[in-house]
Design a protein around this ligand. Structure first.
Ligand code: 13P
Length: 324
């Protein structure tokens, strides 16, 4: 059992209040390796940006409670040792059951997502409410989801084929009745490598800002979350393909669209795939350049600065430099 406050983590309440008030969004980065954790921490320390570390139930199982929480603790301790005050939350990404959320809360997470988006409306409310009651008793914040994003959250996970946009009036009722602290909505973003199929003229469709504005009018001040917000930079896709990979179809979310959402009610933006493909592209390149390598540090040492560069850029896109 771990208590997030003893680790030096915070929940998302004050982070989101400040982000909403000042018109920026808090970056939420998935991590799956030590290099990624180091790259994220290098960037947030340099930019003095708040951050939400995202760990999925799969990662939680893969690393185990002890390793996961110690990797996070090491990141938080670095901030402390530098004499800085940077709010860091550890958030369960896509908890799919009450049990996932309880396990996370008992093991040091400061915030959880309960993803009931595939359930009928009333069942989603009932499940979210049950998680909220447990989480709030531990001062842990809860993100819920209404509407469906297409694509899988993780490689190997079952994904949805079709998106279903969030209905703003239902969102108001959902938030009021479930008691959740933030809501992930569907306005055109999507998990994975292919976000929005391009228009016939080759341009990318805009996110549905009209839905976001409507939700903002229905529930003023309430923090909204965007999943599936990676940009899928062609430079990483090319590097992967030039070095033995085979990724053909990609279409990311243009970053100016994320910046615009960040100035509205969106207070948390999730980025996973951009981190995966950055690390993978450079790993493939370095291995191709060093065919005789026998020690994985030949690439682990070099991908950390590349990841730092990526996360520094994301912090600029989200407008949260100096917001710690
Ligand atoms: P991307 O696949 O666009 O990075 O989205 C990640 C995400 O939303 C994780 O919950």
């Amino acid at each position: 059992m771990y208590n997030y406050k003893e680790i030096g983590l915070v929940n998302t309440k004050e982070m989101f209040e400040k982000a909403y008030r000042e018109g920026y969004t808090v970056p939420a980065f998935n991590f799956i390796s030590i290099e990624q954790m180091n790259g994220i921490m290098d960037a947030v320390i340099e930019k003095k940006s708040p951050v939400i570390l995202l760990a999925s139930p799969n990662l939680h199982r893969q690393l185990g409670h002890e390793m996961l929480i110690r990797v996070v603790q090491a990141g938080v301790d670095r901030i402390k040792h530098e004499g800085l005050h940077i709010p860091v939350a550890l958030h369960l990404d896509h908890g799919m059951s009450f049990e996932h959320c309880v396990t996370a809360i008992e093991n040091g997470f400061s915030s959880v997502m309960i993803d009931g988006s595939a359930l009928p409306f009333e069942e989603n409310i009932a499940l979210t409410k049950k998680v909220v009651e447990y989480a709030h008793a531990h001062d842990v914040t809860v993100e819920a989801e209404l509407g469906i994003l297409s694509g899988a959250e993780e490689e190997g996970a079952a994904g949805h084929r079709e998106s279903m946009y969030t209905d703003p009036v239902m969102a108001e009722e959902f938030i009021r009745r479930s008691g959740c602290d933030s809501l992930a909505i569907s306005i055109g973003t999507c998990h994975g490598l292919v976000k929005m199929p391009p228009n016939p003229d080759g341009t990318l469709p805009e996110l549905r800002y009209d839905i976001l504005e409507h939700i903002q009018r229905e529930i003023p001040g309430f923090p909204i979350v965007l999943h599936g917000a990676s940009n899928i930079a062609p430079e990483f896709v090319e590097m992967i393909n030039q070095n033995g990979g085979d990724i053909r179809q990609t279409a990311g979310v243009p970053e100016d669209q994320i910046s615009r959402a960040a100035r509205m009610a969106v207070c948390k933006v999730n980025i996973a795939t951009d981190g995966w493909i950055c690390a993978l592209a450079h790993t493939r390149r370095i291995l191709a350049e060093n065919p005789g390598a026998v020690d994985s540090r030949v690439f682990t040492l070099k991908i950390r600065p590349e990841l730092k560069k990526l996360y520094l850029h994301k912090i600029d896109v989200m407008g949260c430099e100096g917001k710690a």
